[in-house]
Design a protein. Structure first.
Length: 465
């Protein structure tokens, strides 16, 4: 028996012992042991009959009694090892081939008689040789992987962003539980979180708002790395970042390992989720409040294993207490690039077109905004912050941009808007159109009077012609 099979038998025995070890407590009475056995059966998805058999084998033979019996393969053909090598070769040729297909190929080629090779036997030997289904899947994924492990040398050279499901909060109508979502933007070098927040929706605006706040606080990043989620490939986000000169890179589909920094951080966030449930957080504001405290006082000040491993790979001395994301961010020599607030705000504004109605208003998100009667019938461009649509900016031809607020309908009729004098009708002294026609009429009469009549000069024609 080879070492691989021996190790497998030991592992199986250990697995069975871990299942029945709680039942070995002699202080348990019969009722408690029966209840505990049912719990193990339900949680571990194993039958009660198997648990009884494991207990009996352990009491009679000890740990060795839990080991699987050695299989005698007396019915295998003499060239069984060569057949397994052929199975491995067929699997390597086409990794997606099933075990049944491999056996069928060998039977069709006459290498083995039908029914001699069993699927379970071939599958076991393929797994031992490293060509099992799960193993081949990992090989294929590794071959398709976008890149190996990487780490940028300075802060803000690259940031990674992602969305993670948060806890459900009773913030809906009548206390209905609403799913929350966490947006995270993390610096690739220092692992410092430059932008984050919980939201009650998954609209694209939540990513835009997180980026906008991050850029205003920490400056412009050189490049950002996203997956292909709808919030990250939207035209609005792409245009906003492009206006600020930020390069966007997308990872290959179904390759979460490519965004290793933010994916590892998301798993670490689960500890905060548990604390938030223990705190019995009920509102979105309270959730974000404790989230920011957890970031600033715990995560940013906690030694990061990735940073320690990064500097050890560079053969550099690492402090005994490790390196925290906050320390790595603050000691980086690369200067931050801050942008003008108005430039950043303008880059993330949304733009739409609207036509002014007869009352001098435009409709936007179900509300009327007063822009004045002078623009009736004009097509205007409006700009707005999607996170605060109360005030919008209006751009009209030959006018400076101005802000407009929703029209408020009061108890009484509002006074009429003052129409610019240039748009008001004027009282004419006379009709210029009729005067023009009259002048044209006089000109026509004069042309007729000056015309020469050639009737008297008509030539006489002889009768005999």
């Amino acid at each position: 028996m080879n070492n691989t099979e021996t190790a497998w038998r030991d592992d199986e025995a250990l697995r069975k012992f871990q299942l029945i070890s709680p039942l070995m407590d002699e202080t348990l009475d019969l009722a408690k042991k029966l209840t505990l056995r049912k719990q193990i059966s339900e949680t571990q998805n194993i039958s009660l009959r198997s648990l009884y058999r494991y207990e009996k084998s352990y009491r009679e033979q000890g740990f060795n009694g839990l080991k699987p019996q050695k299989r005698v393969q007396s019915n295998m053909p003499d060239d069984f090892k060569e057949l397994i090598q052929e199975c491995i070769l067929l699997k390597r040729e086409v990794p997606l081939r099933s075990v049944n297909q491999i056996i069928m190929i060998l039977e069709m080629e006459g290498r083995v008689a039908p029914g001699v090779l069993k699927r379970s036997t071939v599958q076991k030997h393929l797994a031992r040789a490293g060509y099992g289904k799960a193993q081949m899947k990992k090989y294929v994924q590794a071959a398709k992987s976008s890149s190996r492990r990487y780490w940028k040398p300075h802060r803000m050279m690259l940031v990674q962003a992602d969305i993670k499901y948060g806890p459900k909060l009773p913030i809906g109508k009548n206390g209905k539980l609403i799913q929350t979502y966490l947006v995270v933007i993390i610096d690739d070098h220092s692992r410092y979180v430059i932008g984050s927040g919980f939201f009650d929706n998954m609209d694209g605006q939540i990513v835009e708002d997180t980026y906008r706040r991050a850029i205003l606080k920490y400056g412009k990043m050189s490049q950002c790395y996203h997956d292909n989620g709808g919030q990250f490939v939207s035209r609005q986000l792409t245009n906003s970042l492009a206006k600020l000169g930020i390069k966007i890179t997308k990872c290959k589909p179904f390759s979460p390992q490519a965004k290793g920094a933010v994916e590892v951080f998301n798993r670490f966030v689960n500890s905060f989720m548990q604390e938030a449930r223990a705190q019995k957080v009920q509102t979105l504001e309270s959730l974000n409040h404790f989230w920011q405290i957890w970031l600033d006082e715990y995560y940013h000040k906690k030694s990061h294993e990735g940073l320690v491993a990064y500097y050890k790979d560079l053969n550099m001395i690492v402090p005994e207490g490790g390196i925290t994301p906050e320390q790595e961010w603050n000691r980086d020599s690369k200067p931050l690039t801050f942008l003008d607030t108005n430039v950043v705000t303008e880059a993330f504004l949304h733009h739409e077109k609207r036509i002014v109605d007869n009352s001098g208003c435009i409709s936007f998100k179900g509300r009327s905004y007063d822009v004045g009667p002078s623009l009736v019938g004009h097509k205007l461009e409006i700009s707005y912050d999607p996170m605060d649509c109360h005030i919008i900016t209006v751009k009209a031809p030959h006018m400076n941009p101005f802000t407009a607020a929703p029209r408020i309908v009061g108890e009484f009729c509002a006074p009429k808007d003052i129409i610019p004098e240039t748009l008001l009708p004027t009282k004419p002294e006379s009709s210029r159109f009729l005067k023009g026609l009259e002048a044209k009429r006089q000109q026509t009469i004069k042309l007729k009077a000056d015309a020469i009549s050639f009737g008297s000069y008509r030539k006489e024609v002889p009768d005999h012609v």
